[in-house]
Design a protein around this ligand. Structure first.
Ligand SMILES: C[S@@+](CC[C@H](N)C(=O)[O-])C[C@H]1O[C@@H](n2cnc3c(N)ncnc32)[C@H](O)[C@@H]1O
Length: 242
């Protein structure tokens, strides 16, 4: 699966940001901002952003919160390379000064990060791509400190049947066609739209988080339910491995 994920994301990395902004009509920026505001990173907290891609959540953590220590991890080298280029471009911004940023190219399942190293873990639009989510959630639980928080953004399908129908037409018919025009790669965008539908119809996210040792699980639909924001806390009564 790791190889397949790299196969999907490595080639689209140069187009990734443009596609995101284009296909979401710029809403992706607002969704990440909502994630950061809800997760509420504090000064001197250690924040881990998994599936960081080109690092937008990492930069939003610095932009919209007082947190200064952030690690972004992704298995795609081209994505991490673009994140590092952005860091250089944004280097002169006030909110970037004193930031302690760390980028890591690795699979979150085997990144070799220490137990309890983070107060907050975030993931935007990445968890859907991880085949063994149960393992990933247990790993995140291990990486979080007592009372650590988890904040996840993921695509979903609107609950209103009419809106859902229109959205599915956009997702499954229009987006792959536009995607091909922008990236020259129809397959990658097809994979993305297929995985969104599969994810929504077959995954019990709340149950999976609970089984991996998280509690206080809350969700909030954003933009008519196109995206769902999930928040959870590490359950210290059920520590990792119990
Ligand atoms: C849809 S992108 C999301 C990027 C970014 N978080 C954003 O907000 O746009 C998903 C990313 O997850 C990464 N990814 C998928 N599986 C991973 C894994 N097991 N470990 C680390 N990164 C992974 C991919 O390489 C890709 O860059």
């Amino acid at each position: 699966m790791t190889e397949r994920t790299k196969f999907v994301f490595d080639p689209i990395a140069p187009h990734y940001d443009r596609c995101n902004h284009l296909f979401s009509f710029g809403l992706d920026r607002r969704w990440r901002e909502a994630l950061v505001r809800a997760a509420c990173p504090q000064l001197n907290e250690d924040v881990l952003d998994i599936c960081t891609g080109t690092g937008d959540v990492v930069f939003d953590v610095l932009r919209y919160s007082p947190a200064r220590k952030v690690t972004g991890i992704d298995l795609s080298e081209p994505m991490i390379h673009l994140a590092q280029e952005k860091q250089i471009l944004l280097g002169s911004r006030k909110w970037m000064r004193q930031a302690r940023l760390c980028w890591k190219t690795a699979d979150i399942m085997s990144a070799g990060l220490a137990d309890g190293g983070y107060d907050l873990a975030t993931c935007a639009f990445g968890i859907r791509n991880i085949a063994d989510r149960s393992k990933a959630f247990h790993e995140l639980n291990r990486l979080l400190r007592p009372n650590g928080r988890l904040a996840i953004l993921e695509f979903s399908l609107p609950s209103n049947p009419l809106v859902r129908l229109v959205y599915r037409f956009y997702l499954q018919i229009l987006m792959p066609v536009f995607g091909r025009a922008v990236t020259g790669r129809r397959d990658a965008l097809r994979y993305l739209s297929k995985s969104i539908v599969h994810w929504h119809t077959s995954v019990d996210f709340r149950q999976e988080l609970s089984a991996a040792g998280f509690n206080e699980i809350r969700s909030k639909a954003l933009t008519l339910g196109i995206v769902t924001l999930w928040l959870a806390r590490k359950d210290d009564q059920r520590p990792y491995g119990s």
